[in-house]
Write a protein that binds this ligand. Structure first.
Ligand SMILES: Cc1cc2nc3c(=O)[nH]c(=O)nc-3n(C[C@H](O)[C@H](O)[C@H](O)COP(=O)(O)O)c2cc1C
Length: 306
């Protein structure tokens, strides 16, 4: 098969291939390094960080669904300082882009974290304005354009030269409204989608399966929603998109890129098969070669709508 150039450039950050792993599904990489060399990946979106350590929500906090899972983990993490002291040096051993993912209770908290992470030398900061599983802040920032723009502005003004990517929530009526607001506020890139709010109930006990009652749906079930949202957003912004939501094979990633994503991230599919990102990369490469492309980036935005 002819050689396909897999490299992509996401807001000035060059990656050797477009396949990343999604925040919260890959920890800080250590567990997965037992399966493959982390340098095989284009980028790692590290687990979501908060200013101070968080224990997360009480269990049960994961429930299976047809073709997906519901989670209400609630940003369990050791805090931004522990990430910089311990996890970042570990990740730096590999030839892979490190994208730190942050959630704050206030715009000021986002600012403080950006300053610390930019100083520590991460490659990109992913600003999560869309976590459905935390009571304070979280989703509110992702569902109101003016708040989303405010958080983006504060993040940008504290991130120095490090590009800022804002992660959008699908739990809105019109995702393009938020996308335009954060682009206007200076976001260098957008990532989407985060999880979709959902609920399961045990009919015998009449109790919700998750202790938090509701959670976020992810996995193959959400792929068509994610592709649709990436397609809509790609048409109304100029900044590049990291597409995610339900990607489990090369064809899924190719759909996401055709819809307009520059790069993709694999999340929930990792739980069933830790090698998924490698398989997605190989699958993308095969599709590009079969279609006679010399570079996989030629897929981006190539959908031909009726
Ligand atoms: C267990 C779990 C934890 C997650 N934690 C985070 C997080 O900390 N920050 C974040 O921005 N997204 C988080 N997400 C959302 C994923 O990064 C991703 O956007 C979403 O799951 C859709 O992709 P997927 O269907 O491939 O999993 C989490 C998802 C799961 C399943």
């Amino acid at each position: 098969m002819p050689k396909v150039d897999l490299s992509v450039n996401l807001a000035g950050m060059s990656m050797k291939n477009p396949v990343c792993v999604a925040s919260g599904t890959f920890g800080f990489g250590q567990e997965y390094s037992e399966f493959f060399d982390l340098s095989e990946l284009g980028g790692i979106c590290a687990k979501g960080l908060t200013l101070n350590p968080r224990e997360g929500n009480p269990g049960p906090r994961i429930a299976e669904t047809p073709m997906g899972i519901l989670n209400s983990v609630g940003l369990q993490n050791p805090g931004v300082d522990a990430f910089i002291a311990t996890e970042l040096p570990y990740l730096r051993q590999f030839d892979v882009k490190v994208i730190a993912n942050i959630s704050g209770n206030t715009p000021e908290e986002y600012g403080i974290m950006c300053e610390k992470l930019a100083g520590a030398g991460v490659d990109m900061i992913e600003v999560n304005i869309s976590c459905p599983n935390v009571k304070a802040g979280g989703l509110a920032y992702g569902t109101r354009p003016e708040l989303a723009a405010e958080v983006t502005e504060v993040a940008k003004s504290h991130a120095g030269k490090v590009p800022v990517m804002v992660k959008l929530s699908p739990n809105v009526t019109d995702i393009t409204e938020i996308a335009r607001a954060v682009e206007g506020a200076g976001a260098d890139a957008l990532s989407l989608i985060n999880t979709i709010r959902g609920m399961r109930i045990d009919v015998n006990t009449r109790r919700p399966i998750l202790k938090m009652n509701t959670g976020g749906l992810s996995g193959p079930a959400v792929l068509p929603v994610a592709v649709r949202m990436v397609w809509e957003v790609a048409q109304c912004v100029k900044v590049p998109i990291l597409g995610m939501g339900g990607i489990a094979k090369g064809e899924d990633a190719a759909q996401m890129m055709l819809a307009g994503a520059t790069a993709v991230a694999v999340g929930t599919a990792l739980f069933a098969d830790p090698f998924t990102p490698i398989k997605v990369r190989e699958g993308l490469c095969e599709i590009a070669a079969r279609q006679g492309l010399s570079a996989v980036r030629e897929l981006t935005g190539g959908v031909k709508p009726w």
